[in-house]
Write a protein that binds this ligand. Structure first.
Ligand code: COA
Length: 327
């Protein structure tokens, strides 16, 4: 593990110290979901590390059917050993083992474009980054927006499951998965240099239940403190808001749009933030007045672990997949 961390730190350290990078990795594995569903795999020859990857045991719905999913992340071959087929061997071995375990689908997010993985049979789903312009009016909508928390996870899981019915592919996200996903974002921000990045999690509730939520990573400004609603510390604009995950019991996302308006109303007179996220097909809160799509640096790719069973949904609008669920 130390070898793997030493080798990959310069590439994926993302502003953390080497020690914080180790803690970031270890802490993810210690969450309830991570302990059971996230594994570090290595191809070794005696004591030598030839290639490594992360294996995620995920579940999802594909064409209305529940499927188990092999998630492959952080594929890495030490530079002197590249070009000898080690990554391909490791990935093919992961696919073979998954197939034996009756895991049908394999999913990854390529940071190096699609070509390399296309050679191993993966097909790209090009979900674009959507840059959002929110219609801001003077004052904020009369809506109670509070900090989100663990108590909201059952509602969030239910909201996601309901929305997933309208798509050909979506992850099946349990309460434990959500706890892992939120912790991962918080750890990345919390272990990083102070003021570089903050995670903000909000919910709108009705009758005591969360009916919409928003998880975002804020960077570019200099947030101090946790930026809770109403007690927001001064930030240096412009900020960059990455919508990691969101949901709304309203099919169009009108509550989420109002939440964004409330959050923007906290910063009158400041340069508005750049807001970016992955928007599933048909999810267009009416308060979003413009969407500019740009190619994402992360390309989702999928294949069956074994022989092709059915055609895969490769058009982004057929998928419900939030940016924060990319690994
Ligand atoms: C990508 C990576 C894992 C490949 O490991 P490897 O063990 O060298 O892979 P293989 O030996 O199976 O395949 C090597 C082939 O992949 C090609 N390749 C490597 N990086 C590539 C890229 N970014 N795009 C397209 N092809 C690439 C090589 O040119 C080589 O081609 P060749 O067979 O025609 O000579 C390795 O380059 C690496 O660790 N890169 C840094 C980490 C990284 O970016 N990982 C991917 C995250 S999504």
């Amino acid at each position: 593990m130390e070898r793997i961390l030493d080798e990959t730190f310069s590439l994926w350290g993302d502003g953390l110290t080497r020690e914080a990078y180790a803690r970031f990795n270890a802490a993810q594995m210690k969450t309830r979901w991570g302990a059971a569903h996230l594994h570090r795999i290595a191809l070794v020859d005696g004591g030598q590390l030839l290639c490594t990857a992360k294996r995620y045991d995920l579940a999802g719905w594909l064409h209305g059917r529940r499927v188990r999913i092999l998630g492959i992340g952080a594929v890495f071959t030490p530079p002197p050993l590249r070009g000898r087929g080690y990554a391909r061997t490791l990935i093919e071995e992961m696919l073979r083992v998954a197939q034996e375990e009756e895991i049908e689908l394999a999913l990854l997010f390529s940071e190096i474009g699609p070509k390399y993985y296309e050679r191993i049979g993966f097909l790209p789903v090009r979900i674009p980054d959507a840059l959002l312009t929110v219609d801001v009016k003077p004052g904020a909508p009369a809506m109670l927006v509070r900090s989100g928390g663990e108590r909201d996870y059952p509602e969030i899981a239910a909201m996601h499951a309901l929305r997933a019915e309208g798509y050909e592919f979506a992850l099946d996200r349990s309460v434990d998965y959500l706890a892992y996903a939120v912790s991962k974002k918080r750890l990345a921000a919390g272990l990083g240099p102070s003021g570089r990045r903050a995670v903000q999690f909000f919910a709108a509730e009705e009758g005591g239940r969360a009916v919409a939520y928003l998880l975002m990573t804020v960077s570019g400004g200099h947030p101090q403190g946790n930026g809770g609603v109403g007690k927001r510390a001064p930030l240096v604009p412009p900020e960059y808001w990455i919508i990691e995950d969101c949901g709304d019991r309203d099919p169009t996302g009108a509550r989420l749009g109002a939440m964004l308006q409330v959050l923007l109303a906290r910063m009158p007179g400041e340069r508005p933030p750049t807001i970016v996220g992955w928007l599933p097909g048909g999810f267009r809160p009416p308060q979003i007045s413009a969407v500019t799509e740009v190619a994402s640096s992360s390309v989702m790719m999928m294949r069956w672990t074994g022989q092709q069973i059915d055609p895969l949904p490769l058009e982004p609008e057929k998928l419900l997949y939030w940016r924060g669920d990319a690994f």
